[in-house]
Design a protein around this ligand. Structure first.
Ligand code: PEP
Ligand code: MG
Length: 543
């Protein structure tokens, strides 16, 4: 590893999300409760353990209130409700009674009693047929972790043993892998950056980090063995460089870099003849979408909200949420993508089966066809929004005409009894087999958007989540542009809309090639809108 005279250690990783950060490391440890202290108690020892339990419940309850307030302000009321529900479970006298009973009869310590009682609750919930009740099992696991965090003096989700890591404030999180749930789970207000051993630039977690404006670098295997909580670290999300023990000169240089790119770029007016819409992953994106006066929402990743909330929403909750987005966009199109669950977006509370090869497994359209309960709830909520508004429903991971028609029939069946307005049914072109039958697809769909992230993955057989093969994750090749031209041609022939919503569309370097291939509409991360509009305007003026 390169070191300089001042013992600075420089590592080259892969940039995932722009920005620079200098702070202390907090090591994320998912298995932090795997070595719980377990000991026998008797007499006054039992009383002491019961007091520890009550104190832990009080503190965990207070933390839950703080999280609820924060989530309500930052993300939304519905997402915050999960913490209200957890607090109610925590405060249920039956829970205290069961844990104290376990200490009394078993002579166990607080950690052991909490572990046993809550594991037992979780198991019982998981065995119940009712889907909603089964999903509450994840709340029980969460409550257990919160109680054990208090007893072990740990910060939620982080292993912070010392003052040195500032108890998780203003930290740089170092983890094995950046997963979507870790990204949303970690207290964003106090996270200045992420550095991970694995995780590709087009993974959903990286997309989320970019949405939240948190700098991130990955592709540094073995990093967790080289760093400890509290160690000073600098990361550069533009170049992928990570520096352990940075010198004051290095930090100064980084500060210049940090000033280079403003966080919220100045809006750029719309471009005549080129549509630039926004990709929305989180509530904060909606704010930026409006600030940038996007020409619409070209990809609403509806599944991310479930990930943040840690549960499914009811039909009414979804309706309220979607109706608010449609209203906020005042007549501009909103392409609602049906939940694209699976692969790296496994929603933990769904307890989906483990798969050897999840990106080729139960994901997107396939999963929706197998989980009709989830599909029907979302379809009904969208149909309810269509009164007075034209609604675009976009189907993820469609492989061919037959599959699209089958899924569409299921959507139509779900909304049969709902009074509704105009609904357009479209697809993501992100699986090569669908692209290769674009003309036939256009005979049955109303619109489409190209998902270049997955299209690259499946076209070149290269994992979008794996930093080891990120050098090969390179769509800019003749065969890719040939495919894009073919899609644009099919769209023109059918007289139906086509846009591009993968991460590539947000890179001004590719604007010329997309335009040359016949693309006149893209959807990008809201902060990228000004750069893309500028690039498109320049190219149009040059013609
Ligand atoms: C894509 O695959 O390009 C896409 C936009 O969808 P996602 O990144 O959510 O898979
Ligand atoms: Mg995709």
């Amino acid at each position: 590893m390169p070191t300089n005279a001042n013992n600075e250690k420089r590592l080259q990783g892969q940039p995932l999300s722009e920005g620079c950060a200098v702070s202390r490391v907090c090591l994320f440890n998912d298995g932090r409760h795997s070595n719980l202290p377990m000991y026998r108690v008797e007499g006054t020892g039992m009383k002491r353990e019961m007091e520890r339990v009550r104190r832990a419940m009080k503190i965990a309850g207070e933390r839950l209130e703080t999280v609820r307030d924060k989530v309500e302000k930052k993300i939304g009321k519905a997402e915050a409700e999960i913490f209200v529900a957890q607090k109610m479970i925590l405060e249920d006298p039956a829970l205290t009674k069961d844990i104290e009973g376990n200490i009394e009869t078993g002579g166990t310590n607080a950690e052991s009693a909490i572990d046993q009682v809550l594991n037992d609750y979780e198991k019982r919930l998981l065995s119940i047929e009712n889907q909603y009740i089964r999903e509450r099992a994840s709340d029980i696991g969460e409550i257990k972790r919160r109680l054990l965090d208090v007893l072990g003096n740990m910060r939620p989700s982080l292993q912070c043993h010392s003052e040195a890591c500032r108890h998780g404030r203003d930290r740089i999180v170092v983890a094995e892998e950046l997963t979507p749930s870790l990204t949303v789970d970690i207290d964003m207000d106090h996270t200045l950056g992420f550095v991970t051993e694995h995780g590709g630039v087009n993974s959903h977690a990286a997309i989320l980090a970019r949405s939240m404006g948190i700098p991130a670098v990955s592709g540094l295997p073995g990093l967790r063995e080289q760093v400890g909580c509290g160690m000073e670290l600098m990361l550069n999300g533009y170049t992928g460089e990570v520096i352990l023990w940075p010198t004051p000169e290095t930090i100064k240089q980084a500060e210049i870099e940090m000033d280079r790119v403003p966080h919220a770029p100045e809006p750029e007016p719309s471009v005549n003849g080129f549509t630039v819409m926004a990709n929305v992953n989180a509530f904060s994106d909606l704010r930026d979408t409006r600030a940038q006066a996007a020409d619409g929402i070209g990809l609403y990743r509806t599944e991310f909200e479930l990930l943040v909330a840690g549960r499914l929403f009811t039909e009414t909750e979804l309706f309220e949420r979607y109706a608010a987005v449609v209203k906020a966009m005042v007549g501009k199109p909103v392409l609602f993508r049906l939940f694209d669950i699976g692969s790296d977006k496994k929603l933990p509370f769904l307890n989906l089966p483990r798969e050897e090869n999840p990106s080729l497994g139960w994901r997107g359209a396939r999963l929706l066809m197998g989980r009709t309960d989830i599909l029907r709830t979302q379809a009904r909520a969208l149909a309810m929004c269509s009164m007075g508004h034209r609604i675009h429903i976009m189907y993820p991971m469609i492989v061919d005409v037959e599959q699209f028609l089958k899924l569409k029939a299921m959507v139509c069946d779900a909304i049969r009894d709902i009074p509704r307005g105009e609904i357009l049914h479209g697809i993501m072109f992100e699986v090569p087999s669908a692209c290769l039958q674009a003309e036939a697809m256009y005979r049955v769909i109303d619109f489409a958007s190209v998902g270049t992230n997955d299209l690259t993955q499946y076209l070149f057989a290269v994992d979008r989540d794996n930093a080891m093969v990120s050098g090969d994750y390179q769509p800019d090749r003749p065969v890719f542009w040939k495919l894009i031209s073919g899609l644009a041609q099919a769209a023109r022939k059918a007289g139906k809309p086509l846009s591009v919503c993968g991460e590539m569309a947000g890179n001004p370097e590719y604007a010329e090639k997309f335009m040359a291939a016949g693309i006149a509409s893209v959807s990008v991360s809201p902060r990228r809108i000004p750069a893309i509009r500028k690039a498109a305007r320049d190219l149009i003026e040059k013609r």
